[in-house]
Design a protein around this ligand. Structure first.
Ligand code: ADP
Length: 445
């Protein structure tokens, strides 16, 4: 499907000049921008990689010098994202301040904006990626399909909701959850009451929502610039294991054009309505067709689960599989450059996360990489410089399908997926899940 790029709003404004930063060295004296990213994780590390190519400097606010991005950026401010002074130090002289996670307190961001910092996305947009209740309420108000939901102030709110909408229900922490942490799916009122009492007791705000009859999960990624330009990537399928993204297939196979267009249009509209600046992932549930309830101009076949206003795991495939990947696009967007062409470079690209094994293999990561490249010279590996721990995201592998294949050919898609998953499993476990032994066969594929 052709990527959609359109200008939705905006006027031609002169580019804003960042305040001078006399205490920071410029890049070889050139007047190239500095972008600050809050958080030193893998998303900042890969954004740094894109910044290098564009001649920019990515300054990171990291808690620890060993964080993935702090290892590689020459411009690290050490401190916490909850400390306003650390945020101020990191923002000083930067052309834009952006995020690798959504945990910065909204009031700090509002203070920074009042002090003249170009916060991208702005706090009034970011709040919809921070607060699941604010997001559900806003989207429902815009007529965008979301699961039925209410806030929870007592166990009876959940039991009433379950009795009305059916069990199991989904209880969620309104703020701070990620990778399935902060999501509970109790089967009955008793279990639900126990969870609610325990979480409310810890001061966690909760909502409860209907459990959706899922066909699968999708993600529609877009980027939007302050000028109002928006660009989408093809809608992808995300495969979760234990509440965590394990595999992404780009584009989503077996997705009809109408639904893909609906999802892309919805993501672009949301980006414009919420005033997003930068990349945004709209995590979607594809509903079992039998359970779809059309309305408001939507087919009812997709519901919005969650928003992320930053580069996102569901966009990693584009580092190798699209003309412009999400990290470069995010930088272009926050600096109000024209956005890049998002066309895919292969009929399918599969991204598989390298998720730490229960026990790190005896073979070193370096040796595993040697062996992987010997078997699969085309596998594109991205390692985050993180220690190995069970189920921890320590890297990912992208595999592009050959150009003669088609996304409509399930065998072709399955073969590419199999190779990506084999590669990722090898990297984390040091074992070939298909039993392949380099000493027994010469055929590496
Ligand atoms: P997190 O913020 O931790 O990623 P999510 O809200 O995305 O939490 O939920 C994690 C996973 O739980 C989702 O990817 C999905 O598989 C499942 N899930 C969440 N909400 C629902 C729902 N309403 N119905 C069915 N499954 C759900």
């Amino acid at each position: 499907m052709t990527p959609l790029i359109l200008v939705t709003a905006g006027s031609s404004q002169p580019r804003s000049e960042a305040p001078p930063a006399p205490d920071r060295p410029s890049i070889s004296g050139a007047q190239m921008p500095t972008v600050t990213m809050v958080g030193g994780g893998q998303l900042a590390r890969m954004t740094h990689q894109a910044a290098v190519a564009l001649g920019q400097r990515l300054r990171v606010l990291a808690e620890n010098p060993a964080d993935p991005a702090a290892q590689v950026s020459p411009d690290v401010v050490l401190g916490s994202h909850t400390d306003l002074d650390a945020l101020r130090r990191a923002a000083k002289g930067a052309h834009a301040l952006t995020f690798d996670h959504e945990h910065v307190p909204t009031e700090h961001l509002e203070t920074l904006v009042a002090e003249g910092v170009n916060v991208a996305p702005p706090p009034q947009a970011l709040v919809y990626a921070q607060d699941k209740f604010a997001m559900r309420r806003k989207l429902a108000g815009l007529g965008i399909p979301v699961p039925a939901f209410v806030t929870v102030s007592a166990p009876s709110d959940v039991t009433d909701f379950g009795d009305e909408h059916g069990w199991p229900v989904v209880i969620k922490a309104i703020r701070g959850g990620y990778d399935g942490r902060g999501v509970w799916m109790p089967e009955d009122a008793e279990t639900a009451s126990h969870i609610v009492t325990e979480q409310l007791g810890k001061g966690v705000s909760l909502l409860v929502e209907a459990k959706v009859a899922l066909r699968r999960e999708l993600s529609a990624m877009v980027a939007r610039s302050p000028f109002g330009q928006g660009a989408t990537w093809p809608v992808v399928e995300t495969v979760q294991r234990d509440g965590q993204c394990a595999v992404v297939i780009a584009p989503a196979p077996d997705l009809d054009v109408e639904l893909a267009t609906e999802a892309e249009g919805l993501a672009l509209r949301l980006a414009a309505e919420l005033g997003v600046v930068g990349a945004m992932a709209v995590e979607l549930f594809e509903v079992d067709p039998a359970a779809a309830v059309p309305g408001n101009g939507f087919s009812g076949r997709i519901l919005v689960n969650e928003l992320a206003m930053r580069p996102h795991n569901s966009g990693h495939w584009g580092m190798d599989g699209a003309r412009t990947g999400q990290f470069e696009q995010h930088l272009r967007a926050v600096l109000d450059y024209p956005l890049g062409d998002t066309s895919p470079l292969a009929p399918v690209t599969v991204m598989a996360n390298i998720l730490g094994a229960p026990e790190a293999p005896a073979m070193t990561m370096d040796e595993r990489l040697h062996h992987l490249f010997a078997r699969m010279p085309d596998a594109k590996v991205h390692l985050y410089g993180k220690g190995e721990r069970k189920a921890r995201k320590i890297g990912h592998v992208n595999v592009l399908g050959d150009s003669y294949g088609s996304i409509d050919d399930p065998k072709y898609v399955a073969a590419v997926r199999r190779r990506a998953e084999l590669a990722a499993h090898w990297m984390s476990h040091g074992e070939w899940a298909d039993g392949w032994d380099p000493h027994e066969t010469e055929a590496g594929k």
